[in-house]
Structures are given as C-alpha cells and as structure tokens.
Ligand binder design. Sequence first.
Ligand code: 2NL
Length: 360
Amino acid sequence: MTDLNQLERDLLTQVEAASDEAALESVRVSALGKKGSVSELLKTLGAMTPEERKERGPLINGLRDKVQGAIVAKKETLAEEALEARLSAERIDVTLPVPEAPESRGRIHPISQVIEELTAIFADMGFSVAEGPDIETDYLNFTALNFPEGHPAREMHDTFFLAPDEKGERKVLRTHTSPVQIRTMTSKAPPIRVIIPGRTYRHDSDQTHTPMFHQVEGLVIDKQANIAHMKWILEEFCKAFFEVDQVKMRFRPSFFPFTEPSAEVDIQCSRKGGEIRFGEGTDWLEILGCGMVHPNVLRNCGLDPDEYQGFAWGMGIDRIAMLKYGMPDLRPFFEADVRWLNHYGFRPLDIPSLVSGLTS
Ligand code: 2NL
C-alpha cells in the first residue's frame, strides 16, 4: 500500500521547488491530472470494502486537498515574485529630462529668423516681398541704377564678374538687391510697396565682411510718396524690429547714385559694458541708407518723374541680426557649425508675428 505520508512529503517538496508556472503545472499534472499519482489513489477507493474506504477515504481526499491548496498558494507566490521582478527591472527614472521631439530639435538660422521678422513688420504696413536672381546683368546691377559707364561709383562695390559669354556680355554677382527693384518697377504698375531680402556679393573679407552677405531693400513708388512717409516707415520699422516704444533717429546727408537726396540713418542707443541697448542713451549707430529715388532711375524703368516719385532704402541683414541678438562675430554665420546654430538659432515653431511678439 502506498505510503501516503511519504507521497505527501514528496509532492509538497516538488510544489515548493517549482521555480515558475510551467514547472508548477507539470507537478499538478503528475499529481492531480487524469493519470496523476493522487488521482490513481482516488480511483482505488471504488474497489475497497466499506471499512477500508472509511479509513483510507478521508486520508486520500485529505492528501488531494493539501496538494491542491499548496499548488494554489505556490501559484500566487510565483505570480507575486514575477510582478516584483518586472517592477524592479522596468523601473523608470521620472526625474530624467523629457527628450525633445525630432521635429522641434532643428534650429532656424538667425538670418532666416530676421528675414521672417522683417517680412512680418513690413507686411503689416502693406508691403509685399519680391525676389530675383543672384547672377545679374551689368545693366540691372549698375546702369539702370544711374551708375554711368566708367563712373568711379562702380568701384564703390568690389564686384565679382563672371567670364564674358558668347556675346561678350559680362554678368555679375549682384552687389546689392536693387536690381530686383528695377525688375519690379519695369514689370508692375505703381503704386509699389515692396521689400527685397536676399543674398548679395562683394569682394571683401575681414572680421565684419564676408564675400556673401544679406541685404534687405525697400521701395515705395506712388504719385505723392515723400520723405515724411519714408521717415515714418523707417521709424516704425526700427521700433518694431528692436522691440522698443520709442527711438530717436538721425538722418545724415550722404551719396548714392540711385537716390537724390540721399541719407544715412543712425539710431539712438546706449553702449554699456559691451552691451548695446536701443531706444535709450546718447550714442548713435548707423543702420541703413535711404533716399528719394533718382529721376534717372524712374526714367530707366519707364516711369515719368513728373507723375511718379518714391523712396527706397537698404540695410545689411547680417549686421542688424548681430546687433539685435548680440552676436559678436559675423564669420560663424556661414561656417555651418551646428554648435553655433544650437546656441544662436531659433526654434522652428516660434514664428515671428506682430500679435504674439517677434521673438516670443
Ligand atoms: C545701404 C544703402 C540703399 C537704395 C539702397 C534703391 C533702389 C532703387 C532705387 C533707389 Cl531701384 N534706391 N535702393 C536706396 C538707398 C540706399 O542702400 O547702405 N545699403 C546697405
């Protein structure tokens, strides 16, 4: 006859030794399954005499209950242990910084940002934006702008000339964005209100000059457009761009072949300990050139100077970007160093607008 006590000890030892649910399940099958050791014992009860059954029955049933109870308890223990193991293995450090999403990790170059800012300000005053090619004819870059052939004014710009083509024509890398204004005046009827941001080129290279740089020029042509309008527009622009409530401006007489009269414009600022602030103080900083469009330029564009007049201005985008954002050196602008761009660049979704602030 099977020693029930021995079987019980064996089975309980096996239950205790099961290291996972699968091992426990095979112990259960070997004891309580159809052909399991305990099930086989239960089957023997049918063939016993009533006396025998009375004595062995409770013992065998008791064994089954004990084994079953041990298996249920072990199953719970194993499940708890598995959960504990997962909790400690999958622990997360909630104090770690959240990584930036890929689409917001890029940066907008300060030049692009400043062009967006300029565009927002002038668009608010009714200006549209025009663009033109970097390679221009000598006529559009110089002649139409009242630079006479062989005139020393042409040497004011250190021009990059391309090799002459089959017709002997020498194209140039535009030295200013003014040829786009000529293109605008010859292709559109007044009134004209346009700004032209873009790349320009001069043979010049030092701490404050790169051979490729950026300009924005503006042009207004109408029957009555006058110097007072020009001064108002430039003052509104400076206040909006430098984000100050007021700024004093100084117009100094100057010379450009394409404007008469011409002026260079300084804005009020204060310089303290290497920092520059606008709209306060007693220092002056030159920021742009401007003037009334020369009658010869109007005539070159097919406009009658007795009917139409206008004004124009031009400034260096790189320079005003450096001033506004406190960037001391121009050269890294064009060195494509992502560390510089990470430091000085702008977030792609912070789009300048006059409502939410240019540099919110
Ligand atoms: C400067 C000065 C200036 C203009 C640009 C212009 C264009 C046409 C006719 C008349 Cl088509 N004028 N442009 C006028 C005055 C000054 O730029 O210092 N730029 C960096």
